[in-house]
Write a protein that binds this ligand. Structure first.
Ligand SMILES: *[C@@H]1O[C@H](CO)[C@@H](O)[C@H](O)[C@H]1NC(C)=O
Ligand SMILES: *[C@@H]1O[C@H](CO)[C@@H](O)[C@H](O)[C@H]1NC(C)=O
Ligand SMILES: *[C@@H]1O[C@H](CO)[C@@H](O)[C@H](O)[C@H]1NC(C)=O
Length: 331
């Protein structure tokens, strides 16, 4: 038995070693966490993907659509410029990892965590109900995200301060949006006793909030404390006072490129070949999306079943309808 277990765990360890060495772009400390917690690395990957998918959804009509040129990492392709777009990607992936780890814990999928024990069974005097069911342990998920996601910041520069701030902002937004679910107990629906538990918000909600924060993102600069050379904190640029950004502000240190053309120095993939809408006045419109380069028109015939009628008995008879349609892509 014991030898089997030993053999199994060394196979798992070997697997973890191979997996952890194959994941591109992990910092040394992240690789160490990966090796010691191979069960968590899968969930971390899912959390990062959750963030990337949400980013692509939120920016589907933008010139920048959440893709970038450059090295692939577990967090997707990273933006070289410390822009507000980079700020968004850091916040959403840090929140994604915290969300996925918290969800996995509550479903018993990860060792070392579960439901929030600080709540289990306690009576909430003020509100008049008891903590019951499984309150998700968001503190664990947030702490895990902090340990893993933040470990990629190894350079001691302004960009590090920016990234760490945005990671924390993403996690704070998640924590602020935790929900309470309750259930009544008692004869025929009477609520003689009530139990409640915390649940995670839908990740889409976090995406919308961070998108709003992206629009209001704050331009900051790093300040070096006099005796130390390293940048030590961020302050809002363009103010005489030393105002610091708030906990949930997204912050950036460099202006965004326009993302029109492919440019490896900024990591922009450009908008050539993107679908656009000929009549929209917004960023998905061909004028803005194609940056004045014009668009190509592609015509095709759309075919579908129509005028379906129920025939006695028992089948459905349809006609085939077709329509010429057009799509537009940027030159
Ligand atoms: C937990 O594990 C089950 C079974 O492998 C899986 O179906 C489920 O999606 C997992 N949940 C999370 C949140 O990872
Ligand atoms: C984003 O735009 C690039 C460049 O046009 C395109 O190759 C890529 O498929 C787009 N990504 C998404 C998720 O739409
Ligand atoms: C194009 O934009 C117009 C105006 O915003 C909108 O009404 C229309 O539904 C859009 N078309 C497509 C195919 O998205």
């Amino acid at each position: 038995m014991d030898t089997d277990k030993g053999a199994l765990s060394s196979v798992v360890a070997l697997g973890a070693n191979i997996i952890c060495n194959k994941i591109p772009g992990l910092a040394p400390r992240q690789r160490a966490i990966c090796q010691s917690r191979p069960d968590a690395i899968i969930v971390i990957g899912e959390g990062a993907q959750l963030g990337i998918n949400e980013c692509q959804y939120q920016f589907r009509y933008g010139r920048w659509n959440c893709s970038a040129l450059g090295e692939r990492t577990v967090f997707g392709q990273e933006l070289r410029v410390g822009s507000r777009e980079a700020a968004f990607t850091y916040a959403i992936t840090a929140a994604g990892v915290a969300h996925a780890v918290t969800a996995a814990c509550s479903q018993g999928n990860l060792s070392n965590c579960g439901c929030d024990r600080d709540k289990q069974g306690f009576y909430n005097q003020e509100a008049g109900w008891k903590w019951g069911g499984c309150s998700v342990d968001v503190k664990y998920g947030v702490e895990f995200s902090r340990r893993f996601v933040d470990a990629r910041e190894i350079k001691k520069n302004a960009r590090r301060l920016m990234n760490l701030h945005n990671n924390e902002a993403g996690r704070k937004v998640l924590e602020d949006r935790m929900k309470l679910d309750c259930k009544c107990h008692g004869v025929s629906g009477s609520c003689t006793t009530k139990t409640c538990w915390t649940t995670l918000p839908k990740f889409r909600e976090i995406g919308h909030i961070l998108k709003d924060k992206y629009k209001e993102a704050v331009h900051v600069e790093a300040v070096r404390a006099s005796r130390l050379r390293q940048p030590t904190f961020l302050k809002v640029k363009k103010t005489q006072s030393y105002r610091k950004p708030t906990d949930t502000d997204l912050v950036y240190i460099e202006r965004s490129p326009n993302y029109c053309e492919e440019d490896s120095s900024t990591g922009s993939v450009g908008t050539q070949g993107r679908l656009c809408n000929r009549t929209s006045p917004h960023t998905d419109g061909c004028d803005l999306m194609c940056c004045g380069r014009g668009h190509n028109t592609h015509q095709y015939t759309k075919v579908w079943q129509c005028n379906c009628k129920f025939q006695w008995c028992c089948f459905v008879k349809c006609n085939t309808c077709s329509e010429r349609t057009e799509v537009f892509t940027c030159k």
